[in-house]
Design a protein around this ligand. Structure first.
Ligand code: NAG
Length: 176
């Protein structure tokens, strides 16, 4: 029973993972830290970029049977399974953000572009991604204008801030 559940969960997990938002890629983008650390924006963070200040963080930690306060103060660290579950839920949220933002146009995109946009949502948050109005316009054209979308990424403040994550990883995923 447990194995079956794990298998179903793994299948769900891979259904939204492409080149640019896979677990392996996000470990490269975000790092992999079993114990709490402070990220570049000053947020207490754990695992693969899991922000302990975000709404719902306490419930998410409780959901993987971790003690939020103890993880936050560094007296408890997470194991591989806990880190992966937190990541899967976080990334599922990022993908839902992209799906609702792009509406039916989402389904015309390939898995590589979706994975890059999901990485952007994962990295900057849904609200900030929604500010990329011209980017969205390019992606909702029929067929999607990946070149224009990539240009919007390239010219963004976000791209300057994250550097290689944008230029060498996410932008190359923006192709038909
Ligand atoms: C960390 O948090 C746990 C759980 O609330 C608590 O029992 C422990 O005393 C705290 N440790 C420190 C060093 O603050």
């Amino acid at each position: 029973m447990f194995k079956k559940l794990v298998l179903i969960f793994a299948l769900v997990a891979v259904s939204y993972a492409g080149t640019c938002n896979s677990y392996e890629r996000e470990q490269l983008n975000e790092g992999y830290k079993p114990c709490v650390y402070t990220d570049t924006k000053g947020n207490p963070t754990v695992g693969v970029g899991f922000n302990l200040n975000k709404p719902g963080a306490r419930q998410a930690l409780e959901g993987v049977e971790a003690n939020y306060d103890a993880v936050r103060n560094g007296s408890e660290c997470l194991n591989d399974g806990q880190i992966r579950t937190l990541f899967n839920d976080d990334m599922a949220e990022a993908v839902s953000c992209v799906e609702s933002w792009l509406g039916s146009s989402y389904y015309a995109l390939g898995s590589d572009p979706i994975s890059a946009i999901a990485d952007m949502a994962f990295n900057m948050g849904c609200a900030k991604l929604r500010g990329f109005v011209k980017f969205r316009a390019a992606l909702t054209e029929s067929p999607p204008d990946y070149e224009a979308a990539a240009k919007e990424m390239q010219n963004s403040v976000w791209c300057q801030q994250v550097g290689n994550r944008c230029q060498l990883r996410d932008i190359p995923c923006m192709h038909g």
